[in-house]
Design a protein around this ligand. Structure first.
Ligand SMILES: Cc1ncc(COP(=O)(O)O)c(C=O)c1O
Length: 352
């Protein structure tokens, strides 16, 4: 069990909690717990395919979307090996660190390209990312998180789209859209639309049920791509990876429009509360399109994290090379009110 003493604003979970409909679906499914989850998995794939308007063989379910990340890396490493080519992954830093962790574990070299830092924009350095792949004699996987974690911002749709559509055959894109449901910027386009348009054969898009759907503990995610790419990735996925509870909970949540609307409303309200207090305190923040916000703290992050912890709140962690900013998960409005009290106290003490 997690330590409930703390307000957990550090893991980008959805503290609204699972939908009642999801809990009920799990309870009702327990009688089937002795069977392999083929039927609920097939039903979930069918539901996701319908939502996105793609074929069922364009979906690969993951035990969390991080399994899709791992399998994509392994698939490309294996392809490179078979073709006698080298393989590398290129990532911006900071970004969600799971792809790098998996690459390290299987010996795939990782090239890290810092985000641009002009006027604290913290955007992707497209020229340098592309150069790292262009200069490499072999297969490159570009892991691009949009919106990015920890910055919470989206990158330019037109730049990304141009890059993906013009990239050579040896460049692959893993586009992580874990926070897509929170994006309100009208310029944003989902990579799934690009898959549907056939913009690139080398584009794999991943989504998760861990954020808006509040199912992080159920471990459900998926990849969307063309059927050939999905078949190749599937060869590296665990058998029957999405368990019965996760599958039925995901279907119930997708069918629960009321819960999904409430979930989005909650996060939007919490974001508004935090932006207001950060404005009042004169602390800069990036325009969050996610369920977390990256904001200035005017000081040393480690000290800030420790002090927040002393006040019962988990925040952070460090995202080098950026300093002086904290990543705050947007919890429920009640949780945000509790956080705001502490943040204001920190201001009184001169700590932020
Ligand atoms: C960008 C990104 N991708 C994936 C995940 C994890 O997804 P899952 O829970 O589906 O493995 C996270 C979680 O924080 C994330 O920030």
């Amino acid at each position: 069990m997690q330590n409930n003493k703390f307000l957990e604003l550090n893991a980008n979970e959805n503290s609204l909690g699972m939908a009642d409909s999801a809990k009920q679906a799990i309870i009702e499914s327990l009688g089937e717990g002795f069977r392999y989850p083929d039927n609920p998995r097939a039903a979930l794939i069918s539901k996701i395919a319908t939502i996105h308007g793609v074929a069922e063989n364009q979906i690969s379910l993951g035990n969390g979307s991080t399994e899709n990340i791992r399998a994509t890396l392994q698939m490309l490493q294996n392809k490179a090996l078979k073709e006698g080519k080298q393989f590398q992954m290129v990532i911006p830093v900071p970004t969600f660190d799971c792809a790098e962790m998996y690459a390290n574990s299987i010996g795939v070299p990782v090239v890290k390209i810092p985000l641009t830092a002009e006027n604290y924009d913290y955007d992707y350095d497209f020229d340098e990312l592309q150069k790292a792949a262009d200069d490499f004699d072999g297969i490159s996987l570009l892991y691009i998180c949009n919106p990015n974690n920890p910055t919470g911002i989206i990158t330019s749709t037109s730049k990304l789209k141009t890059w993906v559509s013009n990239a050579p055959d040896n460049h692959y894109f893993l586009l992580d859209q874990a926070y897509l449901e929170y994006v309100s910027d009208p310029s944003f386009e989902s990579g799934i639309e690009w898959v549907k348009q056939g913009l690139s054969d080398n584009l794999i898009v991943i989504h998760t049920f861990s954020k808006l759907c509040a199912l992080a503990g159920m471990r459900v995610g998926y990849a969307v791509s063309n059927p050939q790419a999905i078949e190749s990735v599937e060869a590296f996925m665990s058998m029957d990876n999405t368990n019965l509870s996760g599958a039925v909970a995901a279907i119930a949540t997708l069918n629960d429009a009321k819960f999904l609307a409430l979930s989005l409303r909650n996060t939007n309200q919490s974001r508004q509360m935090i932006e207001t207090v950060l404005d009042d305190l004169g602390l800069r923040y990036l325009p969050s399109q996610t369920n977390f916000i990256f904001h200035e703290i005017k000081g040393d992050l480690k000290t800030y994290i420790d002090r927040m912890r002393d006040h019962g709140i988990k925040v952070g962690r460090e995202f080098p090379p950026i300093t002086g900013f904290n990543r705050l998960t947007l919890g429920t409005p009640d949780e945000m009110a509790a956080f705001i009290k502490v943040l204001k106290l920190f201001r009184e003490k001169g700590w932020v």
